[in-house]
Design a protein. Structure first.
Lengths: 293, 275
């Protein structure tokens, strides 16, 4: 990156370190922190939408919806989330390629799953084998985002379902007495009031989501864990910057990064909680009222 | 090969007893059920030992965090913050690298050389991490419960002339457990789920002796069919979860036996406290 870094073997001390920390691979490592943030930025709203759908379905009067909603919520209770992280991307990938193969392949007589192989014709590959590497990476990341959203959507559905149940029944009855339909009651009374009950659970979910991001590594994404292992591993003399096994220090950096994220989130969420509780008929709202009076 | 034979060969494969080679082709349902079930032994081992040991450390940490003396409070607060504030996955990696840096030959202490190679193995190293991790989470639960012990109970204990250890042993601690137990049940469930991370995070599976998810992934990678092994692993974990709920429910009943029937706290799945 810098002019002075062209001959690393001549460097010592601080200048060596400066050059070492600005190699191309290190810049990729810093960039991978961005991947974590992008994942959070996409997953959080998508999971919230999934959760909303799940919670509304679980409250639905139609039994098929109710069954699907309840089943979705119960899903994460008994099964470790890591199983879903391993299962959802590969299942999605195979499912999509299977559907595409039915549509585009000329010869669909051969079974797709046979002899311990998953086989579709070249035209049905997603993305196509000839497409650039970037497409493969984006596709892999998209599958990871879907896996995260499905799992955390189920958690969110659980929180939102509980929050909807917590809205006082009298409020909904009043709305019904005014002649509102079920949809109107949901839109005008239930959903605006539920947030006060949902926010503590959703804040906790956000913390859990942050702590789940290193699992991206298991999905084969080049994330911070990947780079920490890669860069920290022992580099012999054939490398430009030889060093012993430094993985411990790289993982310490990751630990500090996550602790900072947690602390920052705690501060922001505490502020949001305060705002939402203000004027609500809950214990937290009452405490705020007393403090103000 | 009959299914009984498969169970005899692979039933204890995860702890090194039975057939040496894992199945390589012609995977049957029986093999998958047996081997993944065999892997559950590791999940049980990690979960049960970490929970048992973690329970005591968690109580200590909760009391320390509730202490008025900064000497006790600060270290407990930091311990809980570090282990709750960072991902378990990173903790596993970090611990493995730290343990691996210990001198291979052992550490001489008072003339005796203490071996260090065992701590880099999953059965010990990962157990230590899970132990600290669950202690931190449970400590936060117990701390919250400790803060909500009814004032009247403590005053009643004072009125009976109880103080110090007696008061803690007979009033504060049982009430703390009773209040914290529903949340603690959830922590136990999620600890068992977290044990699946061990063999994906630095700690190598010695001679392919891994946990349920390790074998599930083995089958999924070999057959390119995720739709059989992962649901099998999920099935085992649902069973395990139901067992945990049953056992903790019994303890909950005992803790609440003096409370009127209607006002007992039922164990519910409460996502506010999951990790």
């Amino acid at each position: 990156m810098f002019e002075s870094c062209s001959d690393p073997s001549a460097l010592h001390g601080l200048s060596w370190m400066l050059c070492y920390l600005t190699t191309g691979k290190h810049l990729l490592f810093y960039g991978s922190f961005g991947i974590v943030l992008i994942l959070l930025a996409i997953t959080a709203p998508v999971a919230l939408i999934f959760g909303f759908g799940g919670a509304l379905a679980a409250r639905s009067a139609l039994w098929p919806f109710k069954l699907i909603g309840r089943g979705y919520i119960a899903m994460v209770r008994g099964v470790p989330d890591i199983i879903f992280f391993l299962f959802v991307p590969i299942a999605m990938d195979q499912g999509l390629e299977f559907l595409k193969s039915r549509a585009v392949c000329e010869d669909t007589s051969a079974p797709v799953w046979s002899n311990n192989e998953f086989h579709v014709c070249a035209a049905a590959k997603i993305p196509l084998g000839s497409s650039p590497q970037l497409y493969h990476e984006i596709y892999g990341f998209a599958l990871a985002v879907i896996a995260f959203s499905v799992v955390y959507g189920a958690f969110a559905a659980n929180v939102l379902y509980g929050a909807m149940q917590a809205v006082p029944r009298a409020q909904l009855e009043t709305a019904e007495a005014y002649g509102m339909t079920r949809a109107q009651v949901n839109r005008r009374v239930l959903i605006p009031q539920m947030w006060a009950y949902a926010i503590p659970g959703l804040s906790n979910l956000w913390m859990i989501l942050i702590k789940a991001t290193p699992l991206l590594f298991l999905l084969g994404i080049e994330d911070i864990v990947y780079w920490a292992r890669e860069l920290g591993a022992t580099k012999s003399q054939i490398y430009a910057f030889p060093h012993p096994d430094w993985r411990l220090y790289y993982f310490l950096v990751l630990l500090v990064f996550y602790l900072l994220m947690t602390k920052l989130s705690e501060i922001v969420l505490a502020k949001i909680n305060r705002r939402i509780a203000f004027g609500q008929a809950t214990a937290a709202g009452e405490a705020l009222r007393k403090a103000g009076a | 090969m009959s299914c009984i034979q498969t169970i005899a060969d692979y039933g204890l494969r995860s702890i090194g007893i039975g057939e040496r080679m894992l199945p390589r082709s012609d995977f049957t349902m029986c093999q998958q059920f047996t081997l993944i079930g065999s892997g559950m032994l590791w999940n049980l081992y990690f979960g049960i030992l970490a929970l048992l040991a973690g329970f005591f450390l968690a109580t200590l940490l909760a009391v320390a965090k509730n202490s008025e003396q900064a000497l006790f409070r600060k270290p407990a607060e930091w311990f809980i913050f570090v282990f709750r504030g960072s991902p378990l996955f990173i903790q596993f990696f970090l611990a493995y690298e730290a343990f691996a840096m210990l001198p291979r030959a052992g550490i001489p202490i008072f003339g005796i050389t203490v071996a260090t190679d065992w701590i880099t193995r999953a059965w010990a190293g990962a157990l230590v991490v899970l132990f600290f991790n669950t202690s931190a989470y449970a400590a936060e639960i117990f701390y919250g419960a400790l803060r909500s012990v009814p004032k009247g109970d403590l005053e009643a204990a004072d009125a009976y002339g109880m103080a110090g250890w007696t008061k803690f042993r007979r009033v504060t601690w049982p009430t703390m457990l009773r209040l914290g137990w529903p949340s603690y049940t959830n922590e136990a469930i999620f600890l068992f789920h977290a044990t699946t991370l061990v063999f994906f995070s630095g700690f190598p599976a010695f001679r392919q002796e891994g946990d349920a998810l390790y074998y599930a992934k083995y089958f999924a990678d070999k057959t390119f069919n995720p739709f059989i092994p992962y649901p099998i692993a999920a099935f085992y974990f649902i069973l395990l979860t139901l067992c945990v709920i049953a056992v903790f429910g019994l303890i909950n009943r005992r803790l609440n036996r003096h409370i009127p029937q209607e006002s007992r706290r039922r164990i519910r799945f409460r996502p506010q406290i999951i990790r």
